[in-house]
Design a protein around this ligand. Structure first.
Ligand SMILES: Cc1cc2nc3c(=O)[nH]c(=O)nc-3n(C[C@H](O)[C@H](O)[C@H](O)COP(=O)(O)OP(=O)(O)OC[C@H]3O[C@@H](n4cnc5c(N)ncnc54)[C@H](O)[C@@H]3O)c2cc1C
Length: 541
């Protein structure tokens, strides 16, 4: 049977958080897309529970941060992480982290470029996905199709033909798109169709997830609110600080994951049986892998299709969100005719090294957790002075090992695209590759340091949707604006009139990309030809 072929600019396979973010960014840039999701609804699996500051900065730029925060954990609740023996035993050590409200106040009083423009957000994947879905369904340029899978694909030099299958009726249809984004998760059919392998370690550990509702706040919040309560038996995530929790349990050694009893695993972690309603429960295994390639012809891998991590650090979706915003403007610029031939190829060159860096951070964090887990033994739960001393000693060791998994600002904010072909070469630029600490720099390739202006607005809110010519006191942006105009790319000029802030940017003029990364910095270009060269490079010409 001959099936009708519909045309679209971009087809997105998979409406997880990353696919939906890409659809949103493309729509905001005027690109039409079809997004297909094989499941009839958004996910029931809580999976991610932290949207980090960098993702929030990007969601803010897309105009959706406020809508997402409305469904998240209230902004005056803390992000504490606490190590306990059990809820019937002892709290050993608590890493205290401020609420969104308190963090915002901190950001405003440390306005030196070292802080993000946005605070992180506690929200489960079950909750964020419907909010993202509502956002893309409100976009006339996004055609959202749930219950439809991407069944097959083939590409040629002019486009990609994708076979779609309605999961209810099995009816097949076909779409012809200029580009296909494989946002179809860890078992990506798109990645497999392209024959792209995964580099790294599979099946790192065995875990069992129990997502449940319980009225037992008296016990599960016994030492007050905490985002995570952790022990050698697993991690309990407070999903709404009210009545929904998720336990990621280690199984007793030799236990068959398929035979595990969710309520029993919760009781083992808590220290006693509790009243609960299991919402979802299943065994799962994390991997530490990155795809060998991010692109083949007109097809791209984004999000978990391109990398999978242990959740320590919360880098999975957050890495994918940055990828969606990196790829989005490049696809839009190419489709708009002002992106050059090197633009799309820069997606893999920029993002794959970040994925590898984040994978290793996630590995290191999980090793720290294992070291803390090894401190546990019956002595920690006993009564008496010896047990008190053992707990004190464990607490000081936990404090010493630290909790970098929730404090690695260098991973979250300090990644840079220094080897990118669309970023100006500045070999002597100061850039410190420090996963733990974010060292602000405006070196080409880095994320533009964020500051708040005298009137309280964020510099980020002044940036244009496309390119921004950021002029500090002495520069003149006219030539770069003329160059952008000549190449057909929208650009705005932003003048930073506050000298104490301007000095942070280490240059008279910066060319800032649509994803808030610095493409070039320097003195006012001497000629229009110089300015044209700068913008051409940033657009991949
Ligand atoms: C326990 C746990 C905790 C985590 N915590 C965090 C955290 O705090 N922060 C964080 O950033 N990340 C976290 N992650 C990782 C995060 O959940 C993933 O990185 C994230 O879901 C990736 O989003 P995605 O859209 O790329 O893929 P997915 O969420 O997997 O979405 C892919 C979608 O594609 C659909 N699909 C698959 N095949 C097809 C097809 N052929 N056609 C159409 N649709 C298809 C799937 O049904 C799915 O909806 C955690 C993961 C786990 C397991």
């Amino acid at each position: 049977m001959k099936v009708k072929t519909e045309p679209t600019q971009v087809l997105i396979a998979g409406a997880g958080p990353v696919g939906m973010t890409l659809a949103l960014d493309l729509a905001r840039r005027g690109v039409r897309s079809i997004i297909v999701e094989r499941n009839p609804t958004t996910t029931a699996h809580p999976k991610m529970d932290i949207t980090n500051s960098r993702s929030m900065e990007l969601f803010r730029a897309a105009g959706i941060a406020g809508a997402l925060r409305k469904v998240a954990v209230p902004e005056d609740h803390c992000f504490d992480v606490s190590w306990i023996t059990s809820f019937t035993g002892h709290e050993l050590y608590r890493f205290a982290y401020p609420s969104v409200d308190a963090h915002r106040a901190w950001i405003r009083t440390h306005n030196d470029g070292s802080q993000p423009a946005e605070s992180p957000m506690r929200v489960s994947q079950v909750v964020i996905e419907p909010a993202l879905r509502a956002a893309i369904e409100a976009e006339p340029l996004v055609d959202v199709r749930f219950g439809v899978e991407c069944a097959d694909l083939s590409q040629d030099s002019a486009g990609v033909t994708v076979v779609l299958r309605d999961r209810k009726t099995n009816a097949e249809s076909s779409v012809r798109c200029s580009y296909l984004a494989g946002c179809d998760g860890g078992s990506s059919m798109v990645r497999e169709s392209l024959g792209i392998g995964l580099e790294g370690d599979m099946r790192i550990m065995q875990r069992y997830m129990v997502h449940f509702r319980s009225p037992r706040r008296d016990l599960l919040m016994r030492w007050g609110r905490a985002w995570h309560y952790q022990s050698a038996l697993g991690t309990l995530i407070a999903q709404n600080d009210a009545d929904v929790w998720t336990l990621h349990a280690r199984l007793p050694s030799g236990a068959d994951p398929k035979a595990a009893d969710p309520a029993e695993l919760v009781a083992r972690f808590v220290g006693q049986t509790i009243e609960l309603e299991v919402l979802v429960a299943n065994p799962w295994v994390p991997h530490l892998v990155v795809a060998d390639a991010y692109q083949k012809g007109r097809v791209f891998l984004v999000g978990d299709a391109a990398h999978q991590y242990i959740p320590t650090g919360g880098y999975g979706m957050n890495t994918g969100v940055c990828e969606a915003f990196d790829l989005g403007w490049k696809l839009a610029a190419t489709l708009g005719g002002f992106g050059g031939p090197a633009l799309l190829a820069s997606y893999e060159i920029e993002r794959r090294p970040v994925a590898l860096r984040n994978r290793e951070a996630s590995r290191r964090h999980s090793e720290v957790r294992a070291q803390i887990g090894a401190l546990y033994g019956p002595a920690l739960s006993d009564a008496g002075p010896d047990a008190d001393a053992a707990r004190k000693s464990a607490a000081s060791r936990i404090a010493q090992l630290g909790n970098l998994e929730n404090e690695s600002w260098g991973i979250e904010l300090g990644y840079a695209y220094r080897a990118s072909p669309i970023v100006a070469r500045e070999p002597d630029a100061r850039w410190i590759d420090d996963p733990a600490t974010y060292h602000p720099t405006s070196a080409p390739g880095a994320r533009l340091p964020s500051v708040f202006l005298r009137d309280g607005t964020s510099l980020y809110d002044r940036l244009g949707r496309w390119f921004t010519v950021l002029v500090t006191g002495r520069g003149n942006g006219a030539a770069l604006l003329r160059a952008a105009g000549a190449l057909g790319v929208p650009a705005v000029e932003v003048r930073l009139e506050e000298p104490q802030l301007a000095s942070l940017y280490e240059a008279d003029i910066l060319l800032v990309r649509p994803d808030q990364h610095v493409a070039w910095r320097g003195k006012t270009p001497e000629t229009d030809a110089d300015a044209l060269g700068i913008v051409r490079l940033a657009l991949g010409w």
